[in-house]
Design a protein around this ligand. Structure first.
Ligand code: ADP
Ligand code: 5GP
Length: 211
């Protein structure tokens, strides 16, 4: 019996350090693929089409919604973002573990459809640290930063309660270790190791797993 791919969903208020942490995790973990989302926002900095996102127009995005192409989609800070249903299904069937970097609204939509998905919430160590990180990143205007902080305080930060795990991104190396450990521990769950266990049992002369 071939094991299905495991889905890991990671959400965080903007500026918490999620991109930094996920980049490092993906670099080190060859079994983990990144689900490239579709978005109507414009590319930022060195972002390339097909790498960080698939950049599409509002019309293209809305056509994709009508055709049921998204597993989930949401409007975040005025732009559409969505996860390809086909890509997720293909990875799960092929046994490939998949990382979804999506907002809390999208995470709730996926959780309803795929309750076996593992959800991780990344928290900044404080409001002040979040503010400082958004400023030092030099990506957003003062007005955008104000909007992001306001949304983080009113809505996003409270969503941690719906997630399986919380990682407080204080010291980067420690948060990274925590994130890696979550992924490793989830892979060791009995139900996800049945293929390997079955082979081991065979070597012991047993038939198959008694479930
Ligand atoms: P997000 O993807 O959550 O919006 P980023 O990964 O872009 O956040 O990080 C925002 C800023 O905070 C970046 O300048 C990044 O270098 C910095 N940063 C990330 N993690 C930490 C950390 N643990 N301590 C201090 N600064 C951090
Ligand atoms: P950014 O524009 O800074 O890359 O992302 C803004 C927010 O959109 C982040 O919280 C990110 O997690 C979220 N996001 C990125 N892709 C998707 C997606 O496919 N679906 C949803 N719901 N949110 C997404």
């Amino acid at each position: 019996m071939k094991a299905k791919g495991q889905i890991f969903i990671v959400s965080a208020p903007s500026g918490s350090g999620k991109t930094t942490l996920l980049r490092k995790l993906l670099e080190e973990d060859e079994r983990l693929r990144f689900s490239v989302s579709y978005t109507t926002r414009k590319p930022r900095g060195r972002e390339r089409n097909g790498k960080e996102y698939f950049f599409v127009s509002e019309m293209e995005f809305e056509t994709m919604i009508e055709r049921g192409r998204f597993l989930e989609h949401a409007k975040v800070f005025g732009n559409y973002y969505g996860t390809s249903r086909q890509y997720v299904e293909d990875c799960v069937t092929a046994g490939t573990d998949l990382l979804l970097d999506i907002d809390t609204d999208g995470a709730a939509q996926v959780r309803r459809q795929l309750p076996e998905a593992v959800t991780i919430f990344i928290m900044p160590p404080s409001f002040q640290a979040l503010e400082q990180r958004l400023e030092q990143r030099h990506l957003d205007s003062a007005e955008t930063i104000r909007q992001r902080l306001d949304w983080a305080s009113r809505e996003e930060i409270h969503q941690f309660r719906h997630y399986d795990y919380v990682v407080v991104n204080d010291l980067l190396s420690r948060s990274h270790d925590q994130l890696r450990s979550i992924v490793m521990a989830e892979r060791c769950r009995r139900d996800r190791s049945l293929e390997q266990i079955e082979n081991i049992l065979k070597s012991f002369g047993g038939d198959s797993i008694d479930r």
